[in-house]
Design a protein around this ligand. Structure first.
Ligand code: AMP
Ligand code: GLY
Length: 429
């Protein structure tokens, strides 16, 4: 089997690595990729937001499967174009990707499907926003309706700041909408379901660290780190979310005549009143994918191909390595507001030699003089596997400490609390 992976982040690097490791895969190509992906497989330029270009590349490369990583090509209709060219594609149609592309649409589908989520108002004016603030009270949760790379959401108790964000969202055009919703308190969980539009196969639950600073301070980012599985998760969590969230949404999308195939990502809050959906994404999460795939033992291509060809029901149960994976994101100076690019990256060979460590590239490029340099906000995803969460963290941070990138920053507290809690639970018996 020959596979084309579309995208250029650490998530796509992790997908490429897992596909290369699958004995059923003879060849992997990626577009546009990044400097790290290009070390592993052939890469080629591609405007990922041009569906015709994605389909043309898949045809000219004569691939058997296209795997689309990011949301932008999905929302633009790349999966439709690939399928129209007769090539199996992992990823939802343009219509189905609206589950991520519009938060208002996602709320509507959740209401139809009876899925538990935050109460929300879709507002088109400042007056509507003000009355929603009055109804829900602080902290205020204000979400840009459309795609914003994880940065369109403001959660704050400062009403002026919340209103300023709402005004900015509403200034995006005549039909701009902003979603104001009830604040959900409790730990967050990311659960991915691989689906062919009918059957859904849940992966391991993961936790993402969205805020830029330690202790969850500062602005939201695309994600600063992750770990999986979650030692503290109640035993029935995956089954409950599958039956109360993933399957009902997939059934609702079917009833609408726009079946969802690919990866349905449920972002969840574990509130005192039970599990609530914060958001859906129509693709693998980044950086959660790096940890989930580090633990997955089932060959990846068979799973993605079964999603693309409607044959998931016939697949054997997934198999997982024992232990845990932790990813720490190394971000550029100034990320997320104004990331600096062009800084030299050193120490990767030593870092990658640390036991259990894999380094996935995101914003990296090779300069004309052959030197590896940063080219984006999230630069590297340093991923480690260990038998305990504590040992996975140790390996990941030992590797991070060997990487030299001027001005870069990372969080030191990824999976820290969960590792401490797991260790004290083990001691306590
Ligand atoms: P989203 O883009 O919807 O995932 O939102 C980004 C982040 O904002 C989430 O991961 C949460 O940390 C936070 N957030 C979003 N909605 C809520 C909510 N209703 N209550 C509390 N936090 C939220
Ligand atoms: N890590 C959050 C996301 O992929 O949207």
């Amino acid at each position: 089997m020959k596979v084309l992976v579309v995208g250029s982040g650490a998530r796509e690097h992790a997908l490429v690595a897992a596909l290369v490791a699958d004995p059923a895969v003879a060849e992997v190509v990626a577009a546009p990729g990044n400097a790290g992906i290009a070390r592993d497989v052939p890469t080629m330029p591609l405007d990922v937001t041009d569906p015709a270009a994605v389909a043309a590349l898949a045809q000219s490369q004569a691939v058997d499967l296209v795997v689309i990583g990011p949301e932008l090509p999905l929302v633009a209709g790349a999966a439709d174009a690939v399928r129209a060219a007769g090539i199996p594609c992992f990823g939802p149609s343009k219509a189905a990707a609206q589950l991520e592309g519009s938060k208002a649409f996602a709320k509507q589908v959740m209401a139809e499907a009876g899925v538990p989520t935050a109460m929300a108002h879709v507002c088109t004016s400042v007056d509507e926003v003000a009355s929603a603030f009055d109804q829900f009270g602080a902290p205020y949760v204000v979400k840009d309706d459309g795609l914003a790379a994880g940065k369109g959401v403001v959660v704050t108790s400062d009403r002026d700041e919340a209103m300023a964000h709402a005004r900015a969202c509403l200034s995006h055009g005549n039909d701009a909408q902003v979603v104001v919703e009830e604040y959900l308190d409790g730990p967050e969980v990311s659960l991915f379901g691989i689906t062919d539009g009918i059957t859904v196969v849940p992966l391991q639950p993961a936790q993402d660290f969205k805020r830029v600073g330690e202790g969850d301070e500062g602005p939201n980012t695309g994600g600063m780190g992750a770990y999986a599985p979650l030692p503290w998760a109640p035993p029935g969590l995956v089954a409950e979310v599958t039956s109360r969230v993933l399957q009902p949404v997939i059934d609702a999308m079917n009833r609408r005549g726009t079946p969802f195939s690919g990866l349905l990502y449920a972002g969840l809050a574990m509130t005192s009143r039970g599990v609530r959906v914060i958001e859906f994404n129509a693709r693998f999460g980044d950086p959660e994918t790096q940890v989930v795939l580090a633990n997955l033992r089932t060959p990846l291509a068979s799973l993605l191909m079964a999603s693309a060809t409607g044959t998931l029901a016939g697949l054997p149960a997934l198999s997982w390595q024992s232990g845990y994976a932790v990813t720490v994101v190394v971000a550029a100076a100034g990320y997320p507001a104004d990331p600096r690019t062009g800084d030299v990256i050193e120490g990767l060979r030593e870092a990658a030699a640390v036991s259990g460590v894999e380094i996935f590239h995101a914003g990296t490029t090779v300069r004309d003089d052959g030197v590896l340099a940063s080219s984006g906000g999230r630069v590297l995803s340093v991923t480690a596997h260990g038998e305990s969460l504590a040992s996975a963290r140790e390996h990941a941070y030992a590797a991070v400490d060997l990487i030299r990138l001027a001005g870069s920053h990372h969080r030191r507290d990824i999976a820290e609390r969960a590792a401490q809690d797991a260790a004290s639970a083990a001691v306590g018996g």
